[in-house]
Design a protein around this ligand. Structure first.
Ligand SMILES: [Zn+2]
Length: 284
């Protein structure tokens, strides 16, 4: 595909690659059209009348899409082309480059054509096969780099330690564990991390994270209640303070709660004074 200078960017673009991006999601139209630029005009050649009509019907929208990539274009001209437009297959090109390095390429190719033999249309079959081969070659390359298959998502990843699942899956699992145990702590503030570990197989670390998220939420709630009640001299936060203290101590023991409630009250009154410059009294 030809390389041209576009607009005043003084950059070299592969114009067909730009066109492909403009038509993202409209692969059929892309496969049957070529874009060329003449000053402020975009000339679109189509090898099919139906495609030309489809383009004509959405000309305004198309100009907007083109302008996202090529802001200098002011008009569109549509032209029909007698010869069939054939785009080179990018996947195929990448495969060719890798082909030399892989010994059992022919075997992979044969296997993939067998796998997709149920597809009647030769062109789309080739696309599926190309993607599948590309994927397999990537896997082989990753394996050579010492990557292993993640037990959870089956993608290849390079190990840091001896982990069996990739970092994406580790993060997902952690998020799930934290949300799960958060609900359990909400329902039972007296649940310990030992219990969470033994019964629900939640690590101490995730338990601590879940608990600190709950405490953050409760503290934000307390601060919000103060913020919206600043004009009052006395703000009653007894319910919220008791809850906060319960999660903080992991206990319902009134004496223990009292200590934390008193401490938190003083802290909040200080915050109110330094943040808002008001002297409030908190009831708890
Ligand atoms: Zn994974």
């Amino acid at each position: 595909m030809s390389i041209k200078h576009i607009g005043s960017f003084f950059e070299t673009y592969d114009i067909d690659e730009v066109w492909r991006k403009i038509l993202l999601g409209k692969d059929f139209i892309y496969q049957n059209t070529i874009l060329s630029i003449s000053k402020e005009k975009a000339i679109i050649h189509a090898d099919d009348n139906a495609v030309l009509m489809a383009l004509d019907m959405q000309k305004n929208k198309l100009l907007l899409d083109i302008n996202k990539k090529l802001p200098k274009i002011k008009e569109i001209e549509l032209r029909i082309r007698k010869e069939k437009i054939i785009k080179e297959n990018k996947e195929e090109k990448i495969i060719k480059a890798k082909q030399e390095k892989i010994e059992n390429f022919e075997e992979i190719k044969k296997r993939m054509f067998e796998k997709y033999s149920y597809i009647d249309d030769e062109e789309s079959k080739k696309v599926y096969v190309a993607y599948a081969i590309h994927r397999e070659l990537n896997e082989i390359e990753r394996k050579k780099e010492g990557a292993v298959k993640c037990l959870s998502c089956k993608e290849y990843f390079v190990r840091v330690l001896n982990e069996d699942i990739c970092i994406v899956c580790i993060n997902k699992k952690q998020e799930k564990d934290i949300n799960f145990i958060k609900q359990k702590i909400y329902n039972d503030p007296e649940m310990t991390k030992e219990y969470a570990s033994k019964i629900f197989d939640i690590s101490y670390y995730n338990y601590e994270l879940a608990l600190s998220q709950i405490l953050d939420e409760k503290m934000l709630d307390l601060q919000y209640k103060i913020e919206i009640n600043l004009e009052k001299n006395i703000i009653d936060l007894s319910k919220e303070l008791k809850e906060y203290a319960m999660y903080y101590t992991g206990s319902k023991n009134p004496k223990l709660l009292e200590i934390i409630i008193e401490k938190t009250k003083k802290r909040l009154e200080k915050i109110a004074l330094s943040f808002y410059g008001v002297n409030i009294k908190i009831k708890g």
